[in-house]
Design a protein around this ligand. Structure first.
Ligand code: GLY
Ligand code: MN
Ligand code: MN
Length: 474
């Protein structure tokens, strides 16, 4: 499955315009062995190769010669052995046509082209590689030691790719929206399983199965736990118990590789306790306050701070915090409960473009990264533009080790009621995450609304199960 070929032609044309000169090398990902050579991980194409060349095939090489204004796809046609084991495939030239590429050749001709470019001193742009197989190949092709590849990757190419990919067009938004619609079924089905006696793995596996059945793989390993105070908890071995909360953070990707990333937090057994309701509402208020204010031209850093102030207001009403809200946030007292950033870009990667450097995608001339605990962890802080797709994911966590540390260091004693906080050490955590598009004048939450008010979550947990296919996927 691919977008129409002119989508890829247009993307490469805009890339050439941004770069002005040189030759750009996009290696497709290779197959990677899992536990013996012929048993490989499920294949995942490189997102940048996919963005510019669309094809979901391993081993190909895409080259954009900016100087000659030519695009190339290199690969070897399959032989009879491949046909016997894997089935027939269109030729490389036919596949290139699907991506609007006219110039094709074998892999060895790609290497000859690269060697010739190196020899004549043509600038070769490549992105920082993240897979060992690709690092070894680039090192071999370009005669660069593996340890120098990152620093010799192209800052101009990074800037150009961020500029193009951070703005999602209507086709891309529709694709992300399909991924959210599948996440709707993953999460609502997960909610209906959160009853005492069920093992977390049963819930996580069911959600992952829905992703695979209706879209593609999960967009990151499912985070699902009663110990939601551990932000990225991949241990799914607990048996659910009445009185606990379950944080479920999961999404899927479509065949075109666009992702969703949704978090919901639910009470085991289907009813929030009074104590859970109070903290839950404070997190939901933070999520909703950001959604109300989200628009182009504002910095996401300021949305993070709005979420922090809203959360502190809620925690003050409960008695967990005290003092002036603005002063508490300015001092960083909220970071005891909310030690991560409000969100990140979402696209073909769940943390879209972060492989090119968090500061290159999340920060701009209007803001640079802070150094203080918590605030330094913001992945996205810069000024928002129409076409950005991002996550909104405030949380509140009771992390016993962090509570002990801050208390021992007498940190934020003007703003935190440690005696009461001590009694929440068995609470776990809460996170509520939605995916949003920045529009011309405001923003829009993507996909079918996934229950998140206290009443809607409780109602959903006891409602009958559904099975809803998303049009345009399978
Ligand atoms: N799924 C990890 C995150 O929310 O960023
Ligand atoms: Mn998430
Ligand atoms: Mn996220």
């Amino acid at each position: 499955m691919m977008f129409p070929s002119d989508v890829y032609t247009d993307r490469r044309m805009r890339l050439k315009k941004e770069l002005g000169s040189g030759l750009v090398l996009f290696p497709a990902n290779f197959e990677v062995s899992l536990n013996y050579p012929a048993n490989t991980y499920s294949y995942r194409q490189d997102s940048h190769f996919s963005y510019f060349f669309g094809l979901n095939h391993p081993d190909y090489i895409g080259i954009v010669d900016v100087d000659a204004d030519k695009d190339y796809l290199f690969g070897d046609d399959i032989d009879i052995e491949d046909i016997i084991w894997m089935g027939d495939l269109p030729t490389v030239a036919e596949q290139a046509g699907q991506a609007g590429v006219r110039e094709t050749g074998t892999l060895s001709s790609a290497l000859a082209m690269l060697k010739a470019a190196v020899k004549k001193g043509q600038k070769i742009h490549f992105l920082p590689p993240y897979r060992s197989e690709v690092k070894l190949a680039l090192s071999d092709w370009l005669d660069i030691p593996v340890r120098e590849l990152k620093e010799r990757s192209s800052p101009e190419l990074i800037r150009a790719v961020v500029k193009l990919k951070e703005i999602k067009d209507a086709l891309e938004v529709a694709e992300i929206e399909k991924a959210v619609d599948v996440a709707y079924l993953m999460h609502t089905t997960g909610m209906k399983l959160c009853f005492p006696g069920i093992v977390e793995q049963e819930v996580a596996g069911t959600m992952e199965g829905i992703a695979l059945a209706l879209a593609g793989p999960v967009s990151f390993p499912v985070i699902l736990s009663m110990d939601g105070q551990t932000l990225h908890n991949h241990h799914h071995g607990n048996t659910l118990k009445e009185g606990r909360l379950v944080v479920m953070d999961a999404g899927c990707e479509t065949q075109l590789l666009y992702a969703s990333d949704i978090t919901r937090t639910v009470p085991v057994g289907g009813k929030f306790s009074q104590r859970q309701k109070e903290v839950y509402q404070a997190v939901l208020d933070a999520n909703m306050a950001v959604i109300r204010e989200l628009k182009p031209g504002i910095r996401y850093f300021d949305m993070h701070m709005l979420a922090a102030r809203t959360l502190v207001t809620g925690l003050k009403a409960i008695g967990l915090m005290k003092g002036d809200v603005d002063e508490a946030v300015a001092a960083g007292a909220h970071t005891l409960f909310f030690p991560h950033g409000l969100g990140h870009m979402l696209g073909m990667d769940v943390h879209d473009l972060e492989g090119l450097g968090e500061n290159n995608v999340g920060y701009d001339e209007t803001i640079s990264r802070a150094t203080a605990f918590g605030t330094a962890y913001l992945r996205l802080a810069k000024t928002l533009k129409p076409g950005f797709v991002l996550t909104i994911e405030p949380g509140c966590y009771f992390i016993p080790a962090l509570i002990d540390k801050f208390r021992a260091e007498k940190k934020f004693t003007d703003f935190i009621n440690y005696d009461l906080v001590e009694t929440y050490k068995d609470f776990g955590g809460i996170r509520i995450e939605d995916d949003a598009l920045i529009t011309a004048n405001g923003s829009r939450i993507l996909g079918k609304p996934i229950p998140k008010t206290i009443a809607d979550v409780e109602r959903t947990m006891t409602a009958p199960r559904e099975w809803v296919k998303v049009p345009g996927l399978i």
